[in-house]
Design a protein around this ligand. Structure first.
Ligand code: SAH
Ligand code: SF4
Length: 351
């Protein structure tokens, strides 16, 4: 007899592995009841490892200049309407220092693929942050670079690297990117990062144009096999200056369902409730935590540039000071029975 969705969910919790077909069934045949049962399991699993703690990372958006032309992204080079900026080394380091004073112990430097940040320049910035903010972890999210570059930045002190795989399906990748970008290279970069010794994060958008349960099932299988330390997933949100301007956004419901599945596949994974989730729903980040996420990423960028880091339309938290962002998230977490915890927030062993 065919297993029910409930059976599949229970087996996933035990074995942390299903076939691609089974993952696709879990997505296609999901019901509100199944989602609730899944969410309960995900929260139990997360509590066992992380209790009621939610880690917070300071996101510093260092540049909106990008040589790439990803079809979904507002920073793509073809978007001529965007006013471009890049932060100087000193601006980046002082944003981190401000965060350090507020209690942040992890900084995520994210930006477009901007050649201005050579290995030397970026390495100096990483070293300086580590010098002025003792005990902190530095995460980079600066796209695809050479192995030598990743190596040099690791030696400079970077601890973690976020590079969403975007989709584990090659044909779908080709729909989302221009021909000069390759899925193989993206995957190659992820393996290099792992090899070098970084804590590595992959991830994908939910509801990107052309995505079906098949593609999502491949993403889940990839996560099962790659075993990332972190996994960034959030809804796709259209940007008005991209070819996908008229495509619908991904849903809160499916994003939360996938967050719960990922928690069961990989219990210790560091899983953010993303800003994109908070953008499509006023309580999106809370819903993400309640589905099994355990990380939030308040914005630490200088307020003057936040609106220009426009990956998608209507991005939230672009007007507040960093301290306000932190306080707001702290309150939101308390309201749902969780607490922000000070520390580097490293991945914990599965207990
Ligand atoms: N340039 C780097 C980091 C910046 S983009 C890189 O591409 O890795 C960070 C992430 O934002 C991307 O990985 C992508 O998944 C997400 N993103 C871009 N455009 C988006 C959109 N329109 N909706 C939702 N997420 C988007
Ligand atoms: Fe550039 Fe990243 Fe946007 Fe692609 S997703 S255009 S690499 S900033």
């Amino acid at each position: 007899m065919k297993e029910t969705i409930g059976d599949l969910i229970r087996r996933l919790r035990e074995e942390r592995s299903l076939t691609e077909e089974e993952y696709a069934r879990l997505i296609e045949e999901r019901t509100p009841e199944a989602a609730e049962a899944l969410q309960d399991l995900a929260v139990t699993v997360r509590r066992r490892i992380y209790g009621d703690e939610v880690f917070f990372r300071g996101l510093i958006e260092i540049s909106n200049i990008c040589k790439n032309d990803c079809l979904y992204c507002g920073l793509r080079r073809s978007n001529r309407a965007l006013r471009r900026y890049r932060l100087s080394g000193e601006e980046i380091v002082s944003s981190a220092e401000e965060g350090f004073r507020l209690g942040f112990r992890t900084f995520v430097l994210q930006g477009g693929e901007d050649a201005f940040y050579t290995d030397e320049a970026l390495g100096d910035i990483v070293r300086e942050i580590k010098r002025r903010c003792p005990g902190c972890a530095v995460t980079l999210s600066m796209g695809e670079r050479s192995r030598e570059s990743y190596q040099a930045l690791f030696v400079a002190g970077a601890d973690r690297y976020l590079l969403r795989h975007e989709t584990a399906d090659k044909a779908h990748y080709a729909r989302l990117h221009p021909p000069e970008m390759s899925w193989e290279h993206r995957m190659h970069c992820l393996r290099e990062l792992r090899d070098i010794g970084y804590q590595v994060g992959c991830g994908f958008m939910v509801g990107s144009p052309g995505q079906t349960a098949r593609e999502l099932a491949k993403d889940l299988k990839f996560i099962e096999e790659f075993k990332p330390d972190m996994c960034g997933i959030g809804p796709f949100i259209p940007h008005h200056e991209t070819p996908f301007r008229r495509e619908p956004a991904g849903s809160v419901e499916l994003t939360c369902y996938l967050l719960s599945l990922i928690r069961l596949i990989r219990p210790p994974v560091l899983l953010p409730a993303t800003t994109a989730l908070g953008t499509i729903h006023p309580q999106g980040r809370e819903l993400g935590i309640l589905a099994g996420a355990n990380v939030v990423m308040p914005n630490l960028s200088p307020v003057g540039v936040r609106k220009q880091y426009e990956l998608y339309d209507n991005k939230i938290c672009t007007g507040e000071e960093s301290a306000q962002c932190l306080r707001c998230l702290d309150l939101r977490m308390r309201e749902i029975g969780y607490r922000l915890t000070v520390g580097r927030g490293d991945v914990r062993p599965d207990t």
